[in-house]
Design a protein around this ligand. Structure first.
Ligand code: DX5
Ligand code: ZN
Length: 216
């Protein structure tokens, strides 16, 4: 299983330091881009993410919780292997946005709010590299994992398997040391965690401990 620590619970005054502290031990660095419109919170955009791009070696995982990913996705400086996801609820022509994301060189993912059913994206599964399943309402770190997500993860994995695809399933929100094993067993390929890593006084050790839980 891969780990994508989310900077949403990091100290924004020490963003570079926080990113560099975990990046040697992470598979991705997760960026929660919010526009105050698709979600009721504002974070950072391309200016901030791009400023750190060449100073952090781990692949970036850019989660766009914004109304207009078609306009803003091309503004991110990406490297091959980086991920960009956008919310299917935000757009009317997801195929066009997938093409735009791919044109940046990033791998393309679709994100789903907790209440959006898999049927909303079933026809798009063969068009994407990964599916981001939100296990909290998007907008804020530190919320509780919605247990009904476990069935959604299992169902997504079944659909992907049935279609013979290699789409990865990313799970985002409320993951911690108490529930990570169950989430791994349900089939998550990539885990996002903000509070469980950056809420700890020693983010590196917190990440190592989470990893150990899913290996053992
Ligand atoms: C929520 C974000 C998540 C969030 C997870 O809108 O998409 O990535 O940072 O935070 P925790 O791990 O604290 O639930
Ligand atoms: Zn996220």
């Amino acid at each position: 299983m891969k780990f994508a620590p989310s900077l949403l619970a990091a100290d924004f005054g020490r963003l570079l330091e926080e990113a560099q502290a975990v990046s040697p031990f992470a598979d991705y660095l997760h960026w929660d881009v919010m526009d105050g419109h698709f979600v009721p919170n504002l974070t950072f955009g391309p200016v901030v993410v791009n400023a750190l791009r060449d100073r952090v070696s781990v692949p970036f995982d850019i989660h766009l919780m914004i109304t207009d990913p078609q306009q803003y996705a091309p503004q991110f400086k990406v490297r091959p292997g980086d991920l960009i996801s956008f919310h299917v609820e935000a757009v009317s022509d997801p195929i066009r946005v997938i093409e735009t994301v791919r044109s940046t060189g990033a791998r393309a993912g679709i994100a789903l709010r907790p209440k959006t059913p898999l049927s909303a994206i079933e026809r798009l599964l063969d068009q994407i590299d990964f599916l981001l399943i939100m296990s909290v309402e998007p907008g804020f770190a530190g919320q509780s994992f919605l247990v009904e997500t476990l069935d959604k993860i299992r169902h997504a994995k079944e659909l992907i398997h049935k279609k013979g695809l290699s789409v990865e399933v990313e799970v985002d929100g409320g993951v911690n040391a108490h529930n990570i094993k169950e989430i791994a067993r349900a089939g998550a390929d990539i885990i996002v965690t903000a509070s469980a890593i950056f809420g700890d006084k020693d983010p590196r050790t917190a990440l190592a401990q989470l990893r150990a839980l899913v290996i053992s």
